[in-house]
Ligand binder design. Structure first.
Ligand code: COA
Length: 371
């Protein structure tokens, strides 16, 4: 049985932050911190904090701008945390709400009603709550049937869920599987950390995976998928339900995302390019058979190297489009945003690769062909 991607959808917040705005807030915080701790810094007891710079951010990552849930709270030096009012249980939760918005677009693109969906997978790098599953809430809000469950594979959440959905369709357990990937990353971002404050943005995507027999023309046939994980502490978030058992460490910065960016860069570039090349060979495809690569959107220098290792030449924007300059790193959503925004111009028969990578480490590669 053949599985296809028959629709995608994207939600993004209306608030946005430029690098200059982000750096101004961070540097005001640094100035205040250093003034407040001037005596300890002068005595050599404490290191002064260093300012951030917009030039560094663009050069090191390619990020110029990001969409965020709450600009005011995130930039307010008194707070530096997005303000996200809690909702009563009777109201649709925030992550379900943004998922539903993206899902409706994906369904519309595929010409489907929610009643046609017989499974929902919600997969993202940080879930709003452990249970009931967000996927079940989305299923209920849409009026879909079947079953739903949540999963988390950090930045590879969407591609890993695409393989799950593909397997479900191929096994005949469902005809139409909706994957939603709500990435409200500023909730786990430390706006006071110079190393990471510029990295993330918020977005949600949805992908409809269907049995080719019921899918519309122009859907993307899934030629093959490859997932791989290798344990690393270099990207880590220690937030969890056991934190409350140790008050001393409960609110420490490691309960937000932390990473050793340089190590991640060095270790992940070869891992991803090797997996992609191996899988191409497995599928009896040449790198030149890839019309386009929709890569994970974390770092433009990283993507340039990966694309070059795979294709054998420097990739053009047309071959490997970038969205991180505008969206920042949207965790699992990045490669799907690139696919959603930059795939409608391809022709029947064109092949491409959706590829994510991130914490775990994890790599997810989905090879597709337009029908
Ligand atoms: N502003 C100005 N300077 C900064 C800075 C900031 N915000 N943050 C760090 N620096 C400084 C460092 O202190 C360092 O100074 P030094 O050379 O005097 O020691 C220098 O800039 C280089 O820092 P480094 O952390 O090595 O930068 P980098 O070139 O590796 O870029 C990342 C940092 C995070 C952009 C980059 O490593 C990256 O994107 N890695 C991959 C991350 C990734 O893909 N993660 C997956 C998540 S899904």
């Amino acid at each position: 049985m053949t599985a296809v991607i028959s629709g995608t959808g994207l939600w993004r917040p209306s608030d946005s932050i430029t690098n200059d705005e982000l750096v101004a807030s961070f540097n005001a915080y640094v100035e205040r911190y250093n003034a407040e701790h001037a005596a300890d810094i002068a005595a050599g007891v404490l290191e002064p904090l260093q300012p951030s710079s917009a030039e560094f951010i663009v050069k090191a990552s390619g990020i110029k701008h990001r969409y965020v849930l709450d600009k005011k709270g995130s930039l307010d030096v008194e707070r530096m945390v997005p303000r996200i009012p809690e909702r009563p249980n009777e109201q649709l939760s925030l992550m379900a709400e943004v998922s539903v918005t993206a899902a409706k677009q994906a369904l519309e693109q595929a010409g489907r009603d929610a009643q046609d969906v017989d499974a929902v997978i919600c997969s993202c790098s940080s879930l709003q709550r452990p249970y009931p599953a967000l996927a079940i809430e989305v299923q209920n809000a849409l009026g879909a049937g079947g079953f739903g469950y949540d999963m988390n594979v950090a930045c590879s959440s969407a591609t890993f869920a695409i393989q799950n959905a593909t397997d479900i369709v191929r096994a005949g357990h469902a005809r139409s599987v909706l994957v939603v990937n709500p990435e409200l990353t500023t909730g786990h971002l430390n706006f006071r950390d110079r190393e990471t404050h510029f990295i993330f943005g918020d977005a949600a995507v949805a992908i409809l995976i269907e049995n080719a027999e019921v899918a519309p023309k122009g859907a993307w046939k899934i030629l093959g998928t490859k997932l791989q994980t290798r344990f690393s502490n270099n990207i880590r978030n220690n937030f969890g339900f056991l934190n409350r058992g140790d008050e001393q460490f409960r609110d420490m910065p490691d309960k937000l995302i932390t990473q050793q960016g340089r190590k991640v860069f060095k270790e992940v570039v070869p891992m991803v390019s090797e997996i992609v090349l191996q899988q191409l060979a497995e599928l009896k495809l040449k790198p030149s058979d890839l019309r386009r690569m929709w890569l994970h959107q974390a770092n433009s220098n990283m993507n340039r190297l990966i694309a070059e290792r795979v294709l054998g030449h420097e990739a053009s924007q047309d071959e490997a489009p970038t969205v991180l300059d505008e969206y920042g790193n949207t965790a699992g959503a990045g490669s799907i945003i690139a696919f959603h925004l930059h795939s409608s111009d391809l022709k029947s028969g064109d092949r491409g690769l959706i590829c994510s990578f991130g914490a775990g480490y994890s790599v997810g590669a989905i090879f597709v062909q337009k029908t």
